[in-house]
Design a protein around this ligand. Structure first.
Ligand SMILES: C[S@@+](CC[C@H](N)C(=O)[O-])C[C@H]1O[C@@H](n2cnc3c(N)ncnc32)[C@H](O)[C@@H]1O
Length: 346
């Protein structure tokens, strides 16, 4: 069993943590003793969590945890955990950042030197060179208040790839389109798997469909507005091979009979219209249909403004139970409440 550390985005920390756990589950990677220390998630696993962390929108990097430290009376005490087997004559670097509100006054360069000394002592005959720019191996750490976590880097997120898919970069822009990271995290929360059927019944410009298709799912999108379907069609074509289907349909009467997972962003009556239906009534009618197309253990994820208290309607659907509820402040007048439901019985 190895220990891993994942450095999560601070923007929506609760969402980032839930997304990580959901992605591990989607990839069938058992994890144990998971803990969150500010933005640092630490857990144990017998299998590499790489594939799961790579699909997360709000995970910045993954490392095999090698050192934990504590700063006391301006002294850094290091505990060495297990270190990976590494090749000789390679270049290494140690990179540490401080995060959180109460940052220690202990300098990161002193921390880096202490860790580098431990690494040289451990790999005595390896002839490692230091290369701060193009190193073969990186030991990356995060210092949260007086606690330090340092690991051997396995993966670091490529932010440029995400930017390429932002709503403003797609061929057609539709008002109300969700940011890529948010769309990806919703898709992850519904634990969608490769080659399974993903469904977004309020698909708009296709943001969630794009993310689910990139994760290898067969994606089905429907929307009451044919212009949304046209927009999805053009946008999806620009990024992914055809592994999707688009339908003009009302989510109060779903056009499909089966899906493995649902994630969706129904309208809030702000930028996108509910077509005259009251928001909670629209959600209720959609859930009544959704429960019939999912099998036991499948996930249904949706969001709605917090001020509407969308969780109030869940009790009317005993075939679902509430797995988790996450609030995300988008701007002064909108906090999105994400509801994660699991189907209880067929
Ligand atoms: C918030 S938008 C979805 C945005 C999408 N997540 C994106 O990133 O582009 C909601 C969509 O729900 C659609 N809609 C509203 N009422 C509907 C209904 N009864 N059935 C299906 N779609 C509906 C609207 O046309 C709109 O495109």
């Amino acid at each position: 069993m190895k220990k891993y550390l994942v450095y999560l985005s601070g923007d929506y920390l609760d969402l980032a943590f839930e997304e990580l756990k959901a992605s591990l589950e989607a990839e069938k990677i058992d994890y144990f003793n998971i803990e969150l220390n500010s933005q640092v998630a630490v857990f144990e696993s017998q299998n590499s969590p790489l594939i799961a962390v790579k699909r997360c929108a709000y995970s910045h990097f993954l490392a095999e945890l090698c050192f934990i430290g504590e700063i006391e009376n301006n002294r850094l005490n290091i505990q060495v955990l297990t270190l990976p087997e590494l090749e000789e004559k390679k270049s290494i670097r140690v990179r540490i950042n401080k995060v959180g509100k109460k940052k220690t006054s202990f300098s990161t360069s002193k921390m880096e030197k202490t860790i580098a000394k431990e690494i040289y002592e451990h790999y005595q005959n390896h002839d490692f060179e230091v290369d701060l720019i193009n190193s073969d191996y990186t030991f990356r750490g995060i210092c949260v208040e007086n606690k330090l976590f340092v690991g051997f880097e396995l993966y670091i997120q490529d932010k440029k790839e995400i930017v390429k898919r932002e709503p403003g970069k797609r061929p057609v822009f539709r008002p109300g389109a969700m940011k890529v990271k948010f769309s990806r995290s919703l898709v992850n929360l519904c634990r969608v798997k490769r080659d399974s059927i993903f469904y977004d019944p309020f698909c708009g410009g296709g943001g969630l469909l794009l993310e689910s298709t990139l994760l290898g799912a067969y994606s089905i999108g429907s929307d009451l507005d044919y212009r949304a379907i046209e927009c999805s069609k053009i946008n999806l074509k620009a990024y992914v091979q055809k592994k999707y289907a688009l339908i003009v349909a009302d989510s109060r009467k779903l056009p499909i009979i089966y899906a493995d997972a649902i994630a969706t962003d129904p309208p809030y009556s702000i930028q996108s219209s509910t077509h005259g239906e009251e928001i909670l009534s629209l959600l209720s009618k959609f859930l009544k249909e959704a429960q019939n197309i999912l099998k036991k253990g499948s996930y249904c994820v949706f969001c709605s403004p917090k001020k509407n208290q969308p969780e109030k309607i869940i009790d009317y659907f005993p075939s679902f139970h509430l797995k988790t509820m996450i609030d995300t402040r988008i701007h002064g007048s909108l906090t999105r409440r994400i509801i994660v439901l699991v189907k209880n019985s067929d």
